[in-house]
Write a protein that binds this ligand. Structure first.
Ligand SMILES: Cc1cc2nc3c(=O)[nH]c(=O)nc-3n(C[C@H](O)[C@H](O)[C@H](O)COP(=O)(O)OP(=O)(O)OC[C@H]3O[C@@H](n4cnc5c(N)ncnc54)[C@H](O)[C@@H]3O)c2cc1C
Length: 332
């Protein structure tokens, strides 16, 4: 493995449970291409896991100049510690100017660890990137999304950032890309303290909120946890994922991984249906990038209506079952 040059940009591709590169990987590729063009260096993609050759090739077809593949049985389930070790090793080998990592649950966990190992900073959860005077400018929302701030790390090498899902258009396949190059997987016992013994898939519906074409988000207007079945039924007929506000997660009605917003996940599906959600700024920052927002709320002054494409003012306990029944009938 040779040093790729001062202007190289390294992006990390994430692989889903189905073995394919996740959509966010192609978004990070778009961000990386912009930065690489500005620096005049190559765009290098790293993919880690087991049997990830095809996922890597799809990133090559979408524009990576070089593909590095860390394919090793010990990377099954890709734990944070193993991913950190492989990424840190790759950065030392490639010596990129900029490293961009998907701002997913996994990426947000290992990117700062790698930055700490290398003694550099990391701009987290960025929604835009640019190069000014040869340095990365990473834009990230602060104060619950009310303000955006530009982060610069002058002189730092590499300059690292995690990219918030749905912040860039996904890079599209343009033709056969480069051949994948294997990269050594040098793991110490400390990198393998955690092993994934089993992964259980959800019984139905999209397994990943960020990848779902539609999301139905439920809030405190549902009154009690059992009523979330209304949200689940609507999600099922739409082939959508289920999301939740922090209010209902804090109340223990729903698991934290479903929380959308400032302290939860960011989604930007084609369709977001907000059911009994008031539309607090801390929730909206996690879903306002959706193409269409449909809000169902009995309060005509609820803030959610300010960002909704379609608003239905009324009692969700009447509207949601009727909507689900109509959609089910239409689909059958
Ligand atoms: C630092 C910080 C971080 C936060 N992070 C997040 C975050 O990541 N995600 C998040 O979601 N929140 C977050 N919050 C909390 C946020 O401020 C709100 O409190 C929360 O989003 C409100 O959740 P909700 O809309 O479910 O509940 P509520 O605000 O109580 O709204 C319930 C809505 O349901 C409607 N309703 C009631 N009954 C019916 C009915 N029968 N039919 C139709 N509509 C009905 C009401 O009109 C109301 O608008 C954060 C807060 C802070 C301070």
């Amino acid at each position: 493995m040779t040093d790729t040059g001062a202007g190289a940009v390294l992006v990390v591709g994430e692989v889903g449970a189905d073995g394919a590169a996740r959509p966010v990987s192609f978004e990070v590729l778009t961000a990386g291409r912009r930065v690489a063009n500005a620096l005049g260096g190559p765009l290098v993609a790293l993919v880690m896991g087991v049997g990830v050759g095809e996922a890597a090739r799809s990133l090559g077809a979408a524009g990576a100049d070089r593909l590095l593949v860390a394919d090793d049985a010990r990377l099954a389930g890709l734990t944070t510690e193993a991913a950190s070790a492989v990424l840190a090793h790759t950065i030392r080998e490639v010596a990129p100017a900029v490293v961009l990592v998907p701002g997913t649950t996994a990426g947000r966990d290992y990117a700062p660890r790698v930055a700490a190992r290398l003694g550099v900073g990391v701009a987290a959860d960025c929604v835009d990137v640019a190069i000014e005077e040869g340095e990365l400018v990473a834009v990230r929302p602060i104060l619950g999304g009310r303000v955006q701030t530009a982060v610069r790390m002058p002189g730092s090498r590499p300059q690292m950032a995690t990219i918030r899902p749905a912040s860039f258009e996904a890079a599209e396949a343009t033709g056969a890309g480069p051949e994948p190059e294997p990269i050594a997987v040098d793991l110490a016992p400390n990198d393998l303290r955690v092993t994934v013994r089993e992964t259980t898939a959800k019984e139905a519906g999209p397994t990943n909120l960020e990848d779902a074409w539609a999301v139905v988000g439920g809030g405190r207007g549902l009154k009690e946890p059992d009523n979330f079945k209304l949200v689940e039924e609507l999600a099922e007929v739409l082939d959508a994922a289920v999301g939740a506000t922090r209010a209902v997660v804090d109340a223990g009605w729903r698991p934290h991984h479903e929380q959308i917003g400032q302290t939860g996940r960011t989604v930007a599906p084609r369709l977001y249906v907000a059911v009994g959600v008031s539309g607090a700024i801390q929730h909206n920052v996690g879903m306002q990038g959706s193409d269409y927002i449909v809000a169902i709320n009995r309060d005509p002054d609820a803030p959610i209506f300010k960002i909704a494409s379609f608003g239905i003012v009324g009692d969700l306990f009447e509207i949601v079952p009727a909507l689900t029944a109509e959609l089910r009938a239409a689909r059958s």
